[in-house]
Design a binder for this molecule. Sequence first.
Ligand SMILES: [Zn+2]
Length: 159
Amino acid sequence: MPLFEYECVPCRTSAEKAISNIMKGGGKSVPKTVKDNSVVRSAQIIDLQKGKIEAEAGKPAENGQDIIRYSEDGSTMFVMNTDVFRFSELIYEKGDEKRVKCPSCGSKKAKKVVSSFSFTSDLSTDMPKPDLSNLPPEIRGKVQIGEYIEEKDRPKKNR
Ligand SMILES: [Zn+2]
């Protein structure tokens, strides 16, 4: 099946900017970052040592995708939920690619993502989730992890 994975460049850029913003700015920057970035639906900063949510804003999209980052020392986890800007399309003919557009912002500036994953699995099912068993128990149920985990954020054993 000629199923290809695409990623919207403007949405990706905006999401990357937003998450580095909260990684630098800390708790205070979270509400403004969520509000100012249309692709961002929610964000949380989680102190893994204290086992508590330091800051959060917004509500994750029902079918959103998550971007997860850790501070360099691994003590803090940053979870950001965004509208879906990584998506798969069936391409049968060359012209089909012209119709590809971002489901979130409608931009046609989507680029093909080279991923063996998209050729072997339907993206809508069997999405591996990150291993959250090492999260402090107090916050385990409170962390907003959606259905879509970016490939680079997935547990290594599932790659
Ligand atoms: Zn987009």
